[in-house]
Design a protein around this ligand. Structure first.
Ligand SMILES: [Zn+2]
Length: 473
């Protein structure tokens, strides 16, 4: 089943609390890295893998002049990271993405990607440096894996698996992001307000040390905020404003001494002029479509599940229990993995899930559990709407002729089974649909998926999983 749905999220991400100790008046704020169960080497491993994905999925601008400007800003900032936040394993690298949106992102361990649109929107080199210093601070403070530490129970292997196909969806393109199941974006790149504040503060320290006025960072955030509309302030959705961003950056700047560092002040305007001569950058969505087209001719690398159905292990008869946020508890076969998702949770056996390039992820065996927004509709109507949404990315999905009533989590629910023309591996499949309304009116759903020839084997498993669901709220 392909998933390209926009459903409200079910996991409430636990926000890490960050210790920001303020010293005596006039002293700069001390910024401390949050708790982290991963090692710096694992940051590097995850970031490298994600960077490879990003390079495959995004159009890189390979222009020496522009790249060398960004690299020289980046190097100057790296040299200004406080000693106690340096990790010898980390390798900071800088690339420019040839897309229009005003955005930038940095991956654990150091790879940083700056959109061409960001460089074009900046008024000064210092503004570009501001965004980069902020991103670099997330890396130095290891916010990506710190967030994963707090938000998920996932082991490193699952996180690595989640990296595949997740870059565009998770971070760069909101249009394509709708279909993202694996929430690398949520886990690594979309930060809490506390982390944002810390990245702003550390970023301002790094800027001052590197010879940039920290107020330029605040200026750039204002510029980003003003660029509404399409291709607008994507960056802000990944880096929410902690509230009084300009005020505290300004206060912090007053405690900092901007070092006098010589640099080529013409490099920025030259790079901007050069970008102005190039054909206009595509939007991320346009770029993703053309990448998808190119990838269409290379089947082995499209991220689909590679294992044929017969190789997928049968559901284990022993079950493991999971608690999902503060919403529900469920038990699933012990040989199914819990896959990180920003909008729904999927449990699937090894080999049964993957991503389908730009169009979100898919799985061939297993169950997805989530909550869909529902306003004012009865269970039957809301379930019909859910099926329509699933059909949006599965055009050969059959429509329900009837529903059976069943109890789910102690409430009255509905069940039906649909056939789907073809799953990610090109096989006919069946989808068991289970729904019920939560007390807030939203639709709780589970979608059990298996190839048609193995559905009878899985159907009992789906029912047992559904039978284990306990709604917490
Ligand atoms: Zn941020």
């Amino acid at each position: 089943m392909s998933k390209n749905m926009s459903l409200s999220r079910i996991t409430s991400i636990v926000i890490a609390s960050v210790v920001v100790s303020v010293g005596a008046l006039g002293a700069q704020t001390t910024v401390t890295p949050p708790d982290n169960k991963y090692t710096p080497a694992q940051d590097v491993e995850l970031g490298q893998k994600a960077a490879q994905e990003a390079e495959q999925q995004l159009p890189m601008l390979r222009d020496e002049e522009v790249t060398s400007l960004v690299t020289s800003i980046g190097r100057r900032l790296v040299d200004s990271i406080p000693q106690d936040l340096r990790h010898s394993e980390f390798r900071y690298s800088f690339q420019v993405v040839n897309v229009r949106e005003i955005n930038a992102f940095a991956l654990p361990g150091g790879p940083m990607f700056v959109n061409r649109g960001m460089i074009e929107a900046a008024r000064t080199e210092g503004e570009v440096a501001g965004v980069m210093a902020h991103e670099m601070s997330h890396v130095a403070l290891r916010h990506g894996t710190a967030q994963a530490t707090k938000a998920t129970k996932y082991e490193i292997g699952t996180l690595l698996g989640a990296v595949v196909g997740s870059i565009i969806g998770g971070n760069v393109g909101s249009a394509v992001a709708q279909g993202t199941q694996f929430g690398l974006g949520t886990a690594f790149l979309r930060f809490s307000r506390e982390f944002e504040r810390d990245a702003d503060l550390l970023g301002s320290h790094i800027m001052a040390e590197a010879g940039y006025n920290p107020l330029e960072m605040a200026n750039m955030f204002k510029t980003i905020e003003q660029q509404g509309g399409s291709g607008g302030p994507q960056w802000l959705s990944d880096h929410p404003n902690p509230g009084d961003r300009y005020a505290y950056i300004t206060r912090e700047a007053e405690t900092l001494q901007v070092r006098d560092v010589a640099r080529d002040t013409r490099a920025f305007s030259q790079a901007q002029a050069r970008l102005g001569q190039m054909a206009r950058a595509p939007t991320t969505e346009e770029a993703a479509r053309s990448t998808a087209g190119r990838r269409g001719s290379t089947p082995p690398s499209d991220g689909r599940p590679r294992t044929s159905s017969g190789d997928i292990a049968s559901p284990s008869s022993s079950y493991t229990s999971y608690t999902e946020g503060d919403l529900f508890r469920v038990s699933v076969p012990s040989n199914w993995r819990e896959l990180p998702g920003s909008e729904a949770i999927t449990f699937a056996p090894d080999g049964a899930y993957g991503s389908t390039g730009q169009r979100g992820s898919s799985f061939t065996h297993g169950i997805e559990i989530g909550v869909a927004r529902n306003e004012m509709h009865d269970l039957r109507t809301a379930t019909d709407e859910l099926v329509s949404t699933v059909a949006g990315s599965n055009p050969n999905l059959s429509r329900p002729s009837s529903y059976d009533r069943m109890t789910i989590g102690g409430r009255q629910g509905l069940h039906t089974a649909l056939s789907n023309g073809s799953n990610a591996s090109g096989q006919q499949e069946r989808i068991a649909v289970f729904t019920m309304l939560l007390s807030d009116g939203n639709l709780f759903y589970a979608l059990g998926v298996a190839p048609r020839d193995r559905f009878s084997e899985y159907e009992g498993t789906f029912r047992r999983v559904i039978g284990s669901i306990e709604i917490v709220q």
